[in-house]
Design a protein around this ligand. Structure first.
Ligand SMILES: *Cc1c(COP(=O)(O)O)cnc(C)c1O
Length: 402
Protein backbone atom coordinates (compact mmCIF):
# COMPACT_ATOMS: atom_id res chain seq x y z
CA UNK A 1 0.00 0.00 0.00
CA UNK A 2 1.26 3.49 -0.84
CA UNK A 3 1.76 5.84 2.10
CA UNK A 4 -0.73 8.71 2.14
CA UNK A 5 0.45 12.25 2.94
CA UNK A 6 -0.54 13.45 6.40
CA UNK A 7 -4.08 14.95 6.34
CA UNK A 8 -4.50 16.80 9.65
CA UNK A 9 -7.63 18.91 10.18
CA UNK A 10 -7.33 22.20 8.30
CA UNK A 11 -8.07 24.31 11.36
CA UNK A 12 -5.06 22.96 13.27
CA UNK A 13 -2.79 23.75 10.35
CA UNK A 14 -4.34 27.23 10.10
CA UNK A 15 -3.89 27.77 13.85
CA UNK A 16 -0.18 26.95 13.63
CA UNK A 17 0.23 29.37 10.76
CA UNK A 18 -1.71 32.08 12.58
CA UNK A 19 0.69 31.92 15.51
CA UNK A 20 3.45 33.27 13.27
CA UNK A 21 1.75 36.29 11.70
CA UNK A 22 -1.26 38.59 11.87
CA UNK A 23 -4.21 36.88 10.24
CA UNK A 24 -7.12 38.75 11.84
CA UNK A 25 -9.38 39.31 8.82
CA UNK A 26 -10.87 42.74 8.23
CA UNK A 27 -13.89 41.27 6.46
CA UNK A 28 -16.02 38.51 7.96
CA UNK A 29 -14.67 35.21 6.61
CA UNK A 30 -16.98 32.60 5.10
CA UNK A 31 -16.61 29.42 7.15
CA UNK A 32 -17.34 26.91 4.40
CA UNK A 33 -17.12 23.91 6.69
CA UNK A 34 -19.75 21.35 7.67
CA UNK A 35 -18.16 20.55 11.01
CA UNK A 36 -15.57 21.71 13.54
CA UNK A 37 -12.69 19.65 14.90
CA UNK A 38 -11.91 19.11 18.58
CA UNK A 39 -8.45 18.98 20.16
CA UNK A 40 -9.44 15.93 22.22
CA UNK A 41 -12.40 14.01 23.63
CA UNK A 42 -12.58 16.17 26.79
CA UNK A 43 -13.19 19.27 24.68
CA UNK A 44 -15.71 17.36 22.59
CA UNK A 45 -17.72 16.35 25.68
CA UNK A 46 -17.64 19.88 27.07
CA UNK A 47 -18.91 21.37 23.80
CA UNK A 48 -21.71 18.84 23.38
CA UNK A 49 -22.85 19.51 26.95
CA UNK A 50 -23.21 23.20 26.14
CA UNK A 51 -23.49 23.61 22.37
CA UNK A 52 -23.97 27.41 22.44
CA UNK A 53 -20.40 27.88 23.71
CA UNK A 54 -18.66 26.51 20.62
CA UNK A 55 -19.27 25.17 17.14
CA UNK A 56 -19.73 21.51 16.34
CA UNK A 57 -21.67 21.11 13.11
CA UNK A 58 -22.83 23.86 10.74
CA UNK A 59 -26.52 22.90 10.86
CA UNK A 60 -26.30 23.72 14.60
CA UNK A 61 -24.39 26.95 14.08
CA UNK A 62 -21.57 28.43 12.04
CA UNK A 63 -19.24 31.35 12.91
CA UNK A 64 -20.17 33.34 9.78
CA UNK A 65 -23.92 32.81 10.18
CA UNK A 66 -23.88 33.42 13.95
CA UNK A 67 -21.99 36.70 13.51
CA UNK A 68 -24.65 37.99 11.13
CA UNK A 69 -27.46 36.83 13.46
CA UNK A 70 -25.87 38.67 16.36
CA UNK A 71 -25.45 41.83 14.32
CA UNK A 72 -29.12 41.88 13.25
CA UNK A 73 -30.21 41.19 16.86
CA UNK A 74 -28.08 44.12 18.00
CA UNK A 75 -29.71 46.36 15.38
CA UNK A 76 -33.17 45.35 16.55
CA UNK A 77 -32.25 46.09 20.19
CA UNK A 78 -30.00 49.11 19.63
CA UNK A 79 -30.61 51.94 22.06
CA UNK A 80 -33.45 50.14 23.88
CA UNK A 81 -31.35 48.54 26.62
CA UNK A 82 -32.86 45.17 25.65
CA UNK A 83 -30.67 42.13 25.19
CA UNK A 84 -31.77 40.29 22.05
CA UNK A 85 -30.74 36.99 20.47
CA UNK A 86 -30.79 36.13 16.77
CA UNK A 87 -30.98 32.95 14.74
CA UNK A 88 -30.36 33.05 10.98
CA UNK A 89 -32.43 30.80 8.73
CA UNK A 90 -32.44 29.75 5.09
CA UNK A 91 -35.23 32.22 4.16
CA UNK A 92 -37.81 34.57 5.59
CA UNK A 93 -40.39 31.79 5.34
CA UNK A 94 -38.23 29.33 7.28
CA UNK A 95 -37.70 32.01 9.96
CA UNK A 96 -41.48 32.31 10.35
CA UNK A 97 -41.96 28.52 10.22
CA UNK A 98 -39.24 27.89 12.82
CA UNK A 99 -40.71 30.54 15.10
CA UNK A 100 -44.21 29.04 14.92
CA UNK A 101 -43.17 25.38 15.04
CA UNK A 102 -40.68 26.03 17.83
CA UNK A 103 -43.13 27.87 20.08
CA UNK A 104 -46.63 26.55 19.36
CA UNK A 105 -48.15 23.22 20.30
CA UNK A 106 -51.23 21.32 19.18
CA UNK A 107 -54.27 23.21 20.51
CA UNK A 108 -52.50 26.56 20.72
CA UNK A 109 -53.93 29.41 18.69
CA UNK A 110 -52.63 32.46 16.78
CA UNK A 111 -54.27 35.84 16.35
CA UNK A 112 -53.25 37.66 13.19
CA UNK A 113 -54.31 39.98 10.35
CA UNK A 114 -55.80 39.18 6.92
CA UNK A 115 -53.26 41.22 4.94
CA UNK A 116 -50.16 39.18 5.79
CA UNK A 117 -47.39 38.32 3.35
CA UNK A 118 -49.02 35.67 1.12
CA UNK A 119 -46.60 32.90 2.08
CA UNK A 120 -47.33 33.43 5.76
CA UNK A 121 -51.10 33.13 5.21
CA UNK A 122 -50.52 29.87 3.28
CA UNK A 123 -48.17 28.54 5.97
CA UNK A 124 -50.79 29.17 8.64
CA UNK A 125 -53.67 27.71 6.63
CA UNK A 126 -51.95 24.72 4.99
CA UNK A 127 -49.26 23.66 7.48
CA UNK A 128 -50.01 25.01 10.97
CA UNK A 129 -53.80 24.56 10.96
CA UNK A 130 -53.68 20.89 9.87
CA UNK A 131 -51.17 20.31 12.72
CA UNK A 132 -53.77 21.55 15.20
CA UNK A 133 -52.82 25.21 15.62
CA UNK A 134 -55.90 27.45 15.44
CA UNK A 135 -55.72 30.67 13.44
CA UNK A 136 -57.94 33.74 13.97
CA UNK A 137 -57.87 36.65 11.52
CA UNK A 138 -58.98 40.10 12.73
CA UNK A 139 -58.13 43.70 11.92
CA UNK A 140 -55.19 44.18 14.28
CA UNK A 141 -55.67 47.94 13.83
CA UNK A 142 -58.96 47.58 15.72
CA UNK A 143 -57.92 47.11 19.35
CA UNK A 144 -61.46 46.23 20.45
CA UNK A 145 -61.54 43.31 18.00
CA UNK A 146 -58.13 42.23 19.28
CA UNK A 147 -59.14 42.31 22.92
CA UNK A 148 -62.41 40.55 22.22
CA UNK A 149 -60.60 37.72 20.42
CA UNK A 150 -58.02 37.41 23.22
CA UNK A 151 -60.81 37.30 25.81
CA UNK A 152 -62.90 34.78 23.85
CA UNK A 153 -60.06 32.39 22.96
CA UNK A 154 -57.77 31.79 25.96
CA UNK A 155 -55.64 29.37 23.90
CA UNK A 156 -54.25 32.24 21.80
CA UNK A 157 -50.53 32.01 22.58
CA UNK A 158 -49.25 34.42 19.94
CA UNK A 159 -50.31 37.61 18.19
CA UNK A 160 -48.54 37.81 14.83
CA UNK A 161 -48.34 41.23 13.14
CA UNK A 162 -46.91 42.84 10.02
CA UNK A 163 -46.54 46.63 9.86
CA UNK A 164 -46.51 48.42 7.45
CA UNK A 165 -48.33 45.66 5.52
CA UNK A 166 -48.87 44.83 1.87
CA UNK A 167 -50.33 46.32 -0.28
CA UNK A 168 -51.92 49.43 1.25
CA UNK A 169 -49.12 49.95 3.82
CA UNK A 170 -51.65 49.73 6.66
CA UNK A 171 -49.94 50.14 10.06
CA UNK A 172 -50.56 48.49 13.41
CA UNK A 173 -49.99 50.05 16.82
CA UNK A 174 -47.28 47.76 18.19
CA UNK A 175 -47.17 49.23 21.68
CA UNK A 176 -50.92 48.81 22.19
CA UNK A 177 -50.96 45.30 20.71
CA UNK A 178 -47.98 44.20 22.83
CA UNK A 179 -49.74 45.41 25.98
CA UNK A 180 -52.95 43.54 25.10
CA UNK A 181 -51.08 40.37 24.10
CA UNK A 182 -49.16 40.28 27.38
CA UNK A 183 -52.28 41.00 29.39
CA UNK A 184 -53.73 37.77 27.95
CA UNK A 185 -50.51 35.80 28.29
CA UNK A 186 -49.65 35.73 24.59
CA UNK A 187 -46.42 36.60 22.77
CA UNK A 188 -46.25 39.32 20.15
CA UNK A 189 -44.23 38.44 17.03
CA UNK A 190 -43.68 41.06 14.31
CA UNK A 191 -42.55 40.68 10.70
CA UNK A 192 -40.34 43.78 10.41
CA UNK A 193 -39.22 43.15 6.81
CA UNK A 194 -40.76 46.31 5.30
CA UNK A 195 -39.48 48.75 7.92
CA UNK A 196 -36.11 47.24 8.96
CA UNK A 197 -34.70 47.97 12.45
CA UNK A 198 -33.43 51.31 11.13
CA UNK A 199 -36.95 52.70 10.84
CA UNK A 200 -38.86 50.67 13.44
CA UNK A 201 -37.85 48.57 16.45
CA UNK A 202 -40.73 46.31 17.54
CA UNK A 203 -38.81 44.99 20.59
CA UNK A 204 -38.69 48.52 22.01
CA UNK A 205 -42.52 48.60 21.82
CA UNK A 206 -42.79 45.35 23.76
CA UNK A 207 -42.71 42.72 20.98
CA UNK A 208 -41.21 39.39 22.04
CA UNK A 209 -40.01 38.28 18.61
CA UNK A 210 -39.10 39.90 15.32
CA UNK A 211 -38.75 38.05 12.03
CA UNK A 212 -37.23 39.24 8.78
CA UNK A 213 -36.91 38.16 5.25
CA UNK A 214 -33.21 39.14 5.06
CA UNK A 215 -33.65 38.59 1.32
CA UNK A 216 -35.14 42.09 1.15
CA UNK A 217 -33.77 45.33 2.65
CA UNK A 218 -31.23 43.80 5.07
CA UNK A 219 -29.34 42.38 2.09
CA UNK A 220 -30.61 45.06 -0.27
CA UNK A 221 -28.92 43.79 -3.41
CA UNK A 222 -31.24 40.97 -4.40
CA UNK A 223 -28.50 38.35 -4.46
CA UNK A 224 -29.43 35.95 -1.64
CA UNK A 225 -32.31 34.31 0.19
CA UNK A 226 -32.09 34.35 3.99
CA UNK A 227 -34.13 35.00 7.12
CA UNK A 228 -33.70 35.73 10.78
CA UNK A 229 -35.61 35.36 14.05
CA UNK A 230 -34.74 37.79 16.84
CA UNK A 231 -36.08 37.29 20.36
CA UNK A 232 -35.66 38.95 23.73
CA UNK A 233 -35.98 35.76 25.77
CA UNK A 234 -32.73 33.79 25.66
CA UNK A 235 -34.27 30.43 26.52
CA UNK A 236 -37.18 30.70 24.06
CA UNK A 237 -34.97 31.97 21.25
CA UNK A 238 -31.86 29.89 21.72
CA UNK A 239 -33.55 26.69 22.78
CA UNK A 240 -37.07 26.54 21.32
CA UNK A 241 -36.59 28.51 18.09
CA UNK A 242 -32.97 27.50 17.50
CA UNK A 243 -33.87 23.84 18.11
CA UNK A 244 -36.62 24.06 15.51
CA UNK A 245 -34.15 25.54 13.00
CA UNK A 246 -31.63 22.81 13.80
CA UNK A 247 -34.11 19.92 13.59
CA UNK A 248 -36.01 21.13 10.53
CA UNK A 249 -32.65 21.86 8.90
CA UNK A 250 -33.66 25.45 8.11
CA UNK A 251 -30.14 26.77 8.80
CA UNK A 252 -28.76 29.60 6.70
CA UNK A 253 -25.81 28.86 4.45
CA UNK A 254 -22.69 30.83 5.48
CA UNK A 255 -22.38 32.25 1.98
CA UNK A 256 -25.97 33.60 1.96
CA UNK A 257 -25.42 35.02 5.45
CA UNK A 258 -22.19 36.64 4.25
CA UNK A 259 -24.04 38.32 1.36
CA UNK A 260 -26.65 39.66 3.78
CA UNK A 261 -23.84 40.89 6.02
CA UNK A 262 -22.28 42.77 3.13
CA UNK A 263 -25.61 44.51 2.60
CA UNK A 264 -25.97 45.41 6.29
CA UNK A 265 -22.93 47.66 6.03
CA UNK A 266 -24.87 50.11 3.84
CA UNK A 267 -28.30 49.61 5.42
CA UNK A 268 -28.42 53.07 7.01
CA UNK A 269 -27.32 54.83 3.82
CA UNK A 270 -29.70 52.83 1.67
CA UNK A 271 -32.74 53.30 3.94
CA UNK A 272 -32.20 57.04 4.04
CA UNK A 273 -32.22 57.21 0.24
CA UNK A 274 -35.07 54.67 -0.08
CA UNK A 275 -37.20 56.89 2.18
CA UNK A 276 -36.54 60.21 0.45
CA UNK A 277 -36.99 58.62 -3.01
CA UNK A 278 -40.26 56.92 -1.98
CA UNK A 279 -41.59 60.18 -0.53
CA UNK A 280 -40.69 62.05 -3.73
CA UNK A 281 -42.38 59.43 -5.94
CA UNK A 282 -45.45 59.29 -3.65
CA UNK A 283 -45.84 63.06 -3.86
CA UNK A 284 -45.39 63.02 -7.63
CA UNK A 285 -47.98 60.26 -8.11
CA UNK A 286 -50.48 61.83 -5.72
CA UNK A 287 -50.85 64.90 -7.93
CA UNK A 288 -50.98 62.90 -11.21
CA UNK A 289 -54.38 63.07 -12.96
CA UNK A 290 -54.27 59.35 -13.95
CA UNK A 291 -53.80 58.27 -10.31
CA UNK A 292 -56.81 57.76 -8.05
CA UNK A 293 -54.97 57.12 -4.78
CA UNK A 294 -51.44 56.67 -3.39
CA UNK A 295 -50.79 54.49 -0.35
CA UNK A 296 -47.68 55.68 1.48
CA UNK A 297 -47.57 56.14 5.27
CA UNK A 298 -45.44 59.26 4.83
CA UNK A 299 -48.25 61.11 3.04
CA UNK A 300 -50.65 63.05 5.28
CA UNK A 301 -53.51 61.48 3.25
CA UNK A 302 -52.63 57.95 4.47
CA UNK A 303 -55.11 56.74 7.11
CA UNK A 304 -52.24 55.61 9.40
CA UNK A 305 -49.98 58.62 8.84
CA UNK A 306 -50.13 59.75 12.46
CA UNK A 307 -49.40 56.25 13.83
CA UNK A 308 -46.52 55.80 11.35
CA UNK A 309 -45.02 59.13 12.44
CA UNK A 310 -45.16 58.00 16.06
CA UNK A 311 -43.91 54.45 15.52
CA UNK A 312 -41.33 54.82 12.75
CA UNK A 313 -38.36 57.15 12.72
CA UNK A 314 -36.12 58.55 10.04
CA UNK A 315 -38.65 57.90 7.29
CA UNK A 316 -41.51 55.68 6.15
CA UNK A 317 -39.74 53.07 4.08
CA UNK A 318 -39.44 52.23 0.39
CA UNK A 319 -42.78 50.55 -0.21
CA UNK A 320 -45.76 52.30 -1.74
CA UNK A 321 -48.70 51.39 -3.91
CA UNK A 322 -51.02 53.42 -6.10
CA UNK A 323 -54.29 52.91 -7.84
CA UNK A 324 -55.02 54.05 -11.37
CA UNK A 325 -58.36 55.62 -12.28
CA UNK A 326 -58.83 53.30 -15.25
CA UNK A 327 -58.33 49.97 -13.44
CA UNK A 328 -56.79 46.78 -14.83
CA UNK A 329 -55.97 47.97 -18.37
CA UNK A 330 -54.35 51.18 -17.14
CA UNK A 331 -52.24 49.30 -14.60
CA UNK A 332 -51.02 46.84 -17.25
CA UNK A 333 -50.20 49.66 -19.61
CA UNK A 334 -48.27 51.58 -16.97
CA UNK A 335 -46.24 48.56 -15.85
CA UNK A 336 -45.49 47.49 -19.43
CA UNK A 337 -44.30 50.96 -20.40
CA UNK A 338 -41.80 51.36 -17.57
CA UNK A 339 -38.25 51.19 -18.93
CA UNK A 340 -35.97 52.21 -16.08
CA UNK A 341 -37.84 50.32 -13.32
CA UNK A 342 -38.00 46.52 -13.39
CA UNK A 343 -41.02 44.25 -13.16
CA UNK A 344 -40.02 41.71 -10.49
CA UNK A 345 -41.79 39.76 -7.73
CA UNK A 346 -39.52 40.87 -4.90
CA UNK A 347 -38.79 44.05 -2.96
CA UNK A 348 -36.11 45.78 -0.97
CA UNK A 349 -33.47 45.98 -3.69
CA UNK A 350 -31.36 49.00 -4.61
CA UNK A 351 -33.26 49.01 -7.94
CA UNK A 352 -36.84 50.22 -8.24
CA UNK A 353 -39.16 47.22 -8.67
CA UNK A 354 -42.81 47.21 -9.64
CA UNK A 355 -45.50 44.57 -9.33
CA UNK A 356 -49.13 44.38 -10.42
CA UNK A 357 -50.54 42.14 -7.67
CA UNK A 358 -53.85 41.33 -9.42
CA UNK A 359 -52.05 39.68 -12.35
CA UNK A 360 -49.10 38.15 -10.47
CA UNK A 361 -48.81 37.52 -6.72
CA UNK A 362 -52.61 37.43 -6.27
CA UNK A 363 -53.59 35.92 -9.64
CA UNK A 364 -54.90 32.72 -8.03
CA UNK A 365 -56.77 34.42 -5.23
CA UNK A 366 -60.51 34.94 -5.90
CA UNK A 367 -61.24 38.53 -6.92
CA UNK A 368 -63.67 39.12 -4.04
CA UNK A 369 -61.09 37.99 -1.50
CA UNK A 370 -58.29 40.16 -2.87
CA UNK A 371 -60.60 43.19 -3.08
CA UNK A 372 -61.30 42.74 0.66
CA UNK A 373 -57.58 43.23 1.28
CA UNK A 374 -57.34 46.32 -0.90
CA UNK A 375 -55.82 44.57 -3.92
CA UNK A 376 -57.87 46.23 -6.61
CA UNK A 377 -57.50 45.64 -10.38
CA UNK A 378 -55.70 48.94 -10.90
CA UNK A 379 -53.28 48.68 -7.98
CA UNK A 380 -49.52 48.87 -8.69
CA UNK A 381 -46.96 48.18 -5.97
CA UNK A 382 -43.57 49.86 -6.04
CA UNK A 383 -40.43 49.05 -4.07
CA UNK A 384 -38.64 52.34 -4.59
CA UNK A 385 -34.89 51.96 -5.14
CA UNK A 386 -31.96 54.21 -4.37
CA UNK A 387 -31.37 55.54 -7.90
CA UNK A 388 -31.45 59.22 -8.80
CA UNK A 389 -35.06 60.16 -7.90
CA UNK A 390 -35.38 62.22 -11.10
CA UNK A 391 -34.79 59.07 -13.16
CA UNK A 392 -37.48 57.13 -11.26
CA UNK A 393 -40.04 59.94 -11.59
CA UNK A 394 -39.22 60.49 -15.29
CA UNK A 395 -39.88 56.79 -15.94
CA UNK A 396 -43.33 56.96 -14.29
CA UNK A 397 -44.04 60.21 -16.11
CA UNK A 398 -43.51 58.62 -19.54
CA UNK A 399 -45.31 55.42 -18.50
CA UNK A 400 -48.41 57.33 -17.39
CA UNK A 401 -48.78 59.37 -20.58
CA UNK A 402 -51.82 58.30 -22.57
C1 LIG B 1 -40.46 38.20 1.19
C2 LIG B 1 -41.17 38.26 2.47
C3 LIG B 1 -41.26 37.13 3.31
C4 LIG B 1 -40.69 35.79 2.91
O1 LIG B 1 -39.31 35.84 2.82
P1 LIG B 1 -38.41 34.86 1.89
O2 LIG B 1 -37.03 35.29 2.16
O3 LIG B 1 -38.87 35.05 0.48
O4 LIG B 1 -38.69 33.47 2.35
C5 LIG B 1 -41.91 37.27 4.52
N1 LIG B 1 -42.47 38.45 4.90
C6 LIG B 1 -42.41 39.54 4.11
C7 LIG B 1 -43.04 40.81 4.58
C8 LIG B 1 -41.77 39.49 2.88
O5 LIG B 1 -41.73 40.58 2.10
Amino acid sequence: MTAQPSMRPDSFVAKEQAENRTTAPHILPIYATSSFAFENLDECIKVFQNPTTAHTYSRYGNPTTDTVARKIAELEAFGSGIEAYGVMTSSGMSAIAALLLGLLRNGDQILTQGNLYGGTTELLADILQPLGVGVHFVHLRDLEQVEQALRTYPRIRMVYAETPANPTLACIDLEAIARLAHQYDAWLAVDNTFATPLLQQPLAYGADFVVHSATKFLNGHGNSIAGVVVGRDAALTRQRVWRAVKLIGANCSPFEAWLAHNGLKTLALRMERHCTNAMALAQYLEQHPAVARVNYPGLPSHPDAELARRQMRGGFGAMLSFELNDGFEAALQCVNRLKFCSLAPTLGDVDTLVLHPASSSHLNIPRELRLQNGITDGLVRVSVGIENPADIIADFEQALQW
